[in-house]
Design a protein around this ligand. Structure first.
Ligand SMILES: *Cc1c(COP(=O)(O)O)cnc(C)c1O
Length: 431
């Protein structure tokens, strides 16, 4: 009967909530938690509605308030990056990339991109949307040990091949990419440059990572839920009226029909949180990642980027080949309630995908729940005990759950009575 299945569904999501929300140290570099205030505005009637097209020119009736919201939020969001325009309708970073790539290149064109083992996202590759749009990737060289872009090599390739488009930005990124040098080379040959800021958007908003638009990128594509603590979604940000016009005609009707309207208010609140607390949040992220890297290095881990201080982003990369490989380590850590992902590193062959060399760690969510430098030493110790000392993960898990009890609140948000606001705005939380 339906009762059993209903019970089963409720039970599974209850278990998930308890485990991932309050018992784990989440170090997945692409995730984050939204604040209770963002959650309150997210669960609105707008999640049931449709609005195809652009504000005030929709294909549906009933959108007068979401139209205003979209215009307002889009302007606040663009403002965070000192930009003139943003299109916040892409429902994910991949859709934002699809739109920007379709805007800036066409079938048969070449695009200079980073290689997958160099940290690029699959959407930049022949296996993802870039390839499916018929755009041919030319790979730019990287320096393996620290995953930096080889500037001279990259400039040379761009000059030789004259691609139509250049894409920087990555899913595995510990140091800023050389946007200035590469965008200059791109512009010399008449190409435009997209910077995919999915991972580092929150750091850019918090002025802890260079803004690619200041360094010559023609457009930023992004997710809104990694270091940027918004609802899951995507966006395109640009100062070019021409790119904006073109993009806005591609998002709809090509890559979204409805664009999940409950995201809009939630993105607006998250943007205001970043306006108010972004600097504090982003600088704490950098202090935390640096400290975590140092503590891991001191415990005998091979941490990438040692020469340059390990990291200038939210990420820390470990080469765990000598500890059994990325898959084995990530699984053992999960048993101890420490959630990370295995990751390819530049020296991995495609066949290493099941058990690559690396572990990718991100500290943005830990930072949001209030962890600071000294807490990173504890976290490093938990990782050390599981991976290096091969202690019983269930024993470490007990300690992790205990430690996690010190962090029950989401920081870098407004000090308001969320339940009262939820009631006032008619949030579906209270229905
Ligand atoms: C995560 C990521 C994306 C894709 O974002 P989704 O919102 O998951 O579709 C795109 N580019 C980069 C560099 C990413 O890391």
């Amino acid at each position: 009967m339906y009762e059993d299945e209903l019970r089963e569904i409720l039970d599974l999501i209850r278990k998930h909530n308890t485990w991932r929300r309050s018992e784990c140290i989440n170090l997945i570099a692409s995730e984050n938690v939204t604040s209770p205030l963002v959650d309150a505005v997210y669960l609105s009637d707008a999640m049931h509605r449709y609005a195809e097209g652009l504000p005030f020119k929709r294909f549906y009736q009933g959108t007068r308030y979401v139209d205003e919201l979209e215009v307002k939020v889009s302007s606040i969001f663009a403002g965070l990056f000192g930009a003139k325009y943003s299109d916040i309708r892409p429902v994910s970073g991949t859709i934002a990339n699809a739109t920007a790539f379709a805007c800036l290149a066409k079938y048969g064109d070449e695009a200079a991109v980073l290689p997958l083992p160099g940290g690029a996202h699959v959407s930049h590759s022949r296996y993802g949307i870039l390839g499916r749009l018929g755009i041919k990737p030319i790979e730019l060289p990287i320096i393996p040990e620290d995953m930096m872009v080889d500037v001279d090599g990259a400039v040379k390739i761009i000059r030789e091949r004259s691609p139509r488009m250049v894409v920087l930005g990555a899913s595995v990124v510990i140091f800023p990419h050389p946007v200035k040098e590469i965008s200059e080379a791109a512009h010399e040959v008449g190409a435009q440059m997209v910077y995919d800021a999915a991972h580092v958007l929150g750091l850019i908003a918090g002025r802890a990572y260079p803004n690619p638009l200041d360094d010559g990128a023609d457009a930023i594509t992004t997710s809104t839920h990694k270091t940027f603590p918004g609802p899951q979604g995507g966006a395109i940000i640009t100062n070019s009226g021409e790119i904006y016009e073109k993009v806005s005609k591609i998002v709809f009707p090509v890559f979204v029909s409805n664009h999940h309207l409950h995201r809009l208010a939630a993105l607006g609140v998250a943007s205001l949180e970043m306006k108010a607390f972004g600097k504090e949040y982003a600088s704490q992220i950098l202090r935390n990642s640096r400290r975590l890297a140092e503590e891991l290095h001191a415990r005998g881990f091979k941490v990438l980027g040692e020469k340059w201080g390990f990291t200038k982003t939210h990420q820390v990369l470990l080469d765990v080949r000598e500890d059994g490989g990325g898959a084995r380590c990530a699984e053992a850590l999960e048993k101890a309630n420490i959630i990370v992902n295995k990751n390819m590193l530049p020296w991995d062959a495609p066949s290493d995908i099941e058990n690559p060399s690396g572990i990718r760690i991100g500290v943005q969510e830990a930072t949001r729940i209030g962890m600071r430098e000294d807490d990173m030493a504890e976290v490093a110790d938990f990782i050390y005990r599981v991976v290096k000392r091969k202690e019983d993960p269930s024993e470490v898990r007990r300690r992790v759950i205990e430690f996690r009890r010190n962090f029950t609140k989401i920081h870098y948000t407004f000090d308001v009575n969320v339940m009262r606001i939820a009631e006032e705005i008619g949030s579906l939380i209270l229905c």
